[in-house]
Design a protein around this ligand. Structure first.
Ligand code: HEC
Length: 205
């Protein structure tokens, strides 16, 4: 009963977080017009579009990865990811006319580092995770003519061979290849079910 209440409160907090964020940043008065808020219909449409795009991108990425893993093992697949993940996501971005990103508090590719707005959402997701609250997708206005869709990314068993605990699920010899390509890598030490990061898909409005 108590937990249920906490979960409810926390998901309401996420809702407020998305609904009430001040997108002008500092709150300074400027001559620029405030972007008008999203209508409930727009919210629903962007949530649907975002879920469709991230679903398709996930299937494309994991399909390509599975094939590379089967043919070349972890070390080969890592090299494949290094070459192909970005072009693949880029071309889907063009297909959908949206900027598709994956980001995290602990990134492997420095290009995936979160923006200030993404950082705030990531922190909210982590706080919710700790409180045992559901992690809901959300949309918010980002700037005067853009809308961003966010959704959490969780770690599954299949991810551990590249993002797991070093010397346990992530083999030393595989990690040597990862470090060679990503010297500043922070994206290891995860267990199945952990919050890895999130999708961030930006549309022009
Ligand atoms: C074969 C190794 C491999 C597997 C398996 C793998 N990843 Fe990754 N992951 C990578 C590499 C390499 C990158 C960096 C890709 C790039 O340079 O764009 C990456 C990047 C990411 C990113 C982007 C953020 C960042 O840190 O740069 C996320 C999110 C992510 N992986 C989540 C997952 C999830 C979730 C799974 C399981 C469903 C998974 N990965 C499985 C190797 C792997």
């Amino acid at each position: 009963m108590k937990w249920k209440n906490i979960a409810l409160l926390a998901s309401f907090a996420v809702f407020l977080f998305f609904a009430c964020r001040d997108n002008t940043g500092s709150g300074e008065k400027t001559a620029r017009q405030e972007p008008s808020a999203l209508t409930p219909e727009e919210q629903e449409a962007y949530l649907k579009k975002g879920a469709e795009i991230t679903g398709t991108t996930f299937v494309a990425l994991s399909g390509a990865l599975r094939e590379a893993l089967q043919q070349e093992g972890v070390a080969g697949a890592v090299k494949y990811c290094n070459l192909a993940a970005y072009p693949l996501v880029d071309s889907l971005s063009r297909v959908y006319d949206a900027d598709i990103r994956r980001t995290s508090l602990r990134v492997r590719n420095p290009k995936d580092k979160p923006s200030e707005a993404e950082l705030a959402v990531l922190k909210a997701y982590h706080a919710n995770r700790e409180a045992g609250a559901p992690l809901l997708p959300g949309v918010e206005l980002t700037g005067s003519s853009a809308v961003t869709f966010y959704a959490p990314i969780l770690i599954q068993e299949a991810c551990l061979q590249c993002h797991g605990k070093l010397g346990e699920t992530l083999l030393e010899e595989d990690y040597a290849v990862i470090r060679e390509l990503y010297p500043g890598d922070e994206a290891t030490g995860y267990q199945a079910g952990d919050l890895r990061g999130m999708w961030s898909v930006t549309f022009r409005r």
